[in-house]
Ligand binder design. Sequence first.
Ligand SMILES: [Zn+2]
Length: 308
Amino acid sequence: MFLKSRTESDLLKLLGFLNNRMSLTEDDLKQYLYLKKGYEGELAFDRLTAATLNSDVYILNDIMLEINHSKFQIDSSLIIQDTIFPCEIKNFEGNYFYNDGEFHFSGSKSLITNPLHQVKRAETLLQQYLKKNGFHFRIVPYLVFINPKFFLYQAPQNDSIIFPPQLSSFMEKLNSKPPNLNGMQRKLADKMIADHIIESPYPKLPPYEYHSLLKGFTCAICNSFQIACGERKVTCKDCGFEEEVESAVVRSVEELILLFPSLKITTNIIHDWCGVVESRKTIRKFLTKNYKLMGHGKYSYFEVLLKE
Ligand SMILES: [Zn+2]
């Protein structure tokens, strides 16, 4: 049972918007693609747990906690009986090799951040977190490689690593434990959800400003800017996806406000931002319908509250 679902982080969303609307530096692009791939791997793990785990296993996705001024993040926490299984999900693809306790990507000399160290750190901090909050749970951490195209030469024999061919037996093993829920599991889950930290994505973004970003609708499916705007629908010239004009306007407003949280949303700005909608009246109609008008006359603007 998912007690906390997973959504695309604001950082990933924002990097995606910026990648469409400006050219990212090599490092920023790398960070974006790394986060995107990681997120896809986490979703693959969610599909697996949703399809195979007993409904009484509590699953908390994407939790970030802080203990003694150290933050730690757990991709997926499974709570069963008196045990919590924090899982670090890796969507590595291709051939890697393991040497001297470190992971290397085949064909490149550069070392990659050792995921086992990440797992160990999260375990240690989770231990402190449980102790401080008076929970007596065992911690059994796992490093899960979710991508079937991942291969690790000279893999260490380590029970806490789950390789792609071991995923189904891992799920069976978790399912073989009788749930034995006594209320403490739910208490722990609720506490972790309440303590979950949402970090601001903005310090991690490259600098950008309104005037230097490409304007226009982007396709909700393929991100193309090749959008034709009709009376009621916008159509992507690249993939053929059709969307109501209203929905495209609302999507663009929410993108803009996530990029510029303190910007005042006015008809003129949205008309400029959306690009292809000719009539300001149409823009104003959708803004009035979806958002609250604040102020008067030429100082009026729309209040946009983003959903979490
Ligand atoms: Zn498209």
